[in-house]
Design a protein around this ligand. Sequence first.
Ligand code: SF4
Length: 190
Amino acid sequence: MMRTPDYTARDFTVSLPAADYMARFRDAERCAASCRACTNYGRSWACPPFDFDMEEYLAGYATALLIATKITPRHSGLPFAEAGRLLRPERVRHERRLLDLEQRYGGRAFAYVGTCLHCPVGSCTRPQGLPCRHPERVRPSLEACGFDLCRTTEELLGIPLQWSRDGRMPEYLTLVSGFFHNAETIEWKE
Ligand code: SF4
């Protein structure tokens, strides 16, 4: 459990065979339709459509490690517009840890969905047709790869996702990422 002046954050993890996770929690068509309806579609290199074959991208890993961080604001009823400020340090922490795991174990990291962290907002090169500035840091989200995160967090981690109501933050925010790998065991340390 981490405590900051603005929120507390607690990590939850689960591991299961990657093939099971794909068979039970992946609906590529439904997720692709949601992505196409998003304003970021085709406007960030972190978002679909991707220039790689998704089935090949996901293949060849034995285990799926899934990580959810439950972020509970210290003060209730904050404007939902504040959510990004609370999420950002936890996203940075997840992404650093995931890239470190890739280096050490050679697996495949999946970042949290949302605006890419690695360039100033609104400055992604994709709308200009230019290459990504930091491809070594950018990873797709589990949603963008077709996974159902509502069911993932609720059924595998016991955390029902909560949504904003009347422009206010819910009781907690949930940040989800993943790591597919072939290592014997991987410990995710808070
Ligand atoms: S690192 Fe920059 S160029 Fe690459 S996807 Fe992110 S915002 Fe776009």
